[in-house]
Ligand binder design. Sequence first.
Ligand code: ZN
Length: 289
Amino acid sequence: MVAMAYGRPCAVAVDPMEKKPLYHFLPGRPVLSLGMAGCNLRCRNCQNADISQRSPEEIPAYRLSPDEVVALAVKEHLPAIAYTYTEPLVAFEYVLDCAKAARAAGVANVLVSAGYVNPGPLEELLPFVDAANIDLKTMDPGGYRENCGVELAPVLATLKAMARTSTVLEVTNLVIPGFNDSDALLEAWCGFVAEELGVDIPVHFSRFFPCHRLTDRQATPVGTLARAKAIARKHGLRYVYAGNVQEEETTACPACGAVLVERRGFDVGANRLRDGRCFACGQAIYGRF
Ligand SMILES: [Zn+2]
C-alpha cells in the first residue's frame, strides 16, 4: 500500500479562519490551508469535485513534506494549519505527520472533514487536532446513502467521540432544498447536536448553490436558513450561525446577550472576549479566542 497523496497537496492557500467555517477558534486569524486529492464520499452536491472526486495521480500537486508545511506556516506567521477543501482523512498518514510536526512547533491544527472514519485512526489523530468543523449532512441514513454514498452511523460516532475531547468542535449543515430542509429533519439534526454533543457546540446552517451533479434545484432560500436557526435555538443551542450568506453574524454572550464577536462575511470587526470570557458578565464562551 502506498499513500499517493503523501506530501502532495493539490491546493495550498491562506484563508481566514471564518471560511472553514470556524467561528469559535482564533477569530479573524489567517490559516494555512491544504487540500489533498480525493474523498471517501461521493456527494452529488460537492463544491470541490474537481479535486475531491479525483485521485492524486490525476491532478497536479505541490511537493511539501510535513516539516516544509510547518516551516511555511511559521515563516508566514500563520497560527494554524487547516486540512480542508477535500476529505483530509483519506490522506491520513500525511495529515497525522503534519499535525504532529505542527504541534511540536506551536502551530495549531484544524480539521475540516465529513467525519467518515474508523474509531482507531480517529483516536490516533484527535490528540493533535485543536479545532474541527465536521459536516453532518442529514439525520436520514437513506439520504446519506443516496446523496453521499456512505452510511450515517460512523459520522455520528465521530461527532460523539470528538465532543468528549478538548478539540474545539463546530458542526455544519449544508441545507439543500428537498434533501434535508424539512422541519422534521432539522428537528432531528438539532436534537442530536443538543442532546449528544452539547448545547455549547456552535452550528452553521450553510446555503446550498447548485453544482456538480445536483443542479436540478435552486439555491437555498435565505428564509430556510432563518427557519433552521429558529429550530436550533428552540433546542437550546447557544451558538447558531448562517453560512454562505453575506450577512452579519455576531457571537453573543448566552448569559447576558452582549455582542462579543462581530463579523460580516469572513471579516471580523470587534472581538470583545477577555481570556475566553464575556467582557460584560464573565460568562465562559466555548472555543479558543
Ligand atoms: Zn455576558
